[in-house]
Design a protein. Sequence first.
Length: 250
Amino acid sequence: MAQQHNPAQAANGAETPNEAPEHEGQEGTHPGGTADTGEQSPQAGDIPQGSVPDEEAQAAAADNMAPEERIAMLEGEVQRLKTEYMRALADAENSKRMAEKRIEDNSKYAVSNFAKEMLTVADNLDRALLAAPEDKRKNNELLKNLAVGIEMTQKTLTGALEKYGVQKVEARGAAFDPNLHQAVQEVENPDVPAGTCVEVYQDGYLIRDRLLRPAMVVVSRGGPKRDAGNGNGGGAQTPEGGQGGVDTSA
């Protein structure tokens, strides 16, 4: 039987049941209009290559090591950390000792500069006493009283200096010691051993075991050779009781 044409359907633009939609049968489409490009979408938890921290990479590599290799690696790491610890400990101990030494030196030699200035006062008092010899004091009561006052002042100053470790270097008659004495002249004197301080122009001073000011002396020559046991034997005795070894950095 022949199919009849329906003019109403043609006018309304309706498709016949036998006509399939144009988009059916096309490959690469999904419901919702998403095209299938063949690439997999990223999944949750995936980490881009190269973003794993070094520690995790090393740990992962260590897991794949043989037990002997892993033990050797860990022993090397322990040795490295031990070496760094011992180096840091030694640096800390050295810093501590240096700080303690600075504190001790500051305590012992804090008055060095002030003491040097006071030595000029001591020198002037000595010169004042030299201007009033003993023979002239007997016949002059005023001069005698003046000399007594100067001597008392000198004694007080000497006591104050000694309180802070400042002591005079006894140079007259001692063997010349370059650590304590400064030779300003040499004289011929066959009566004393060569290298003896026969005259003192200016007294020297020590502050504890450190030289504060060298003594300016006249040294003899032409006499007999000084033996090791004669006099100071070339090594001056310091106020600290040590033989030589004077610190001349003051």
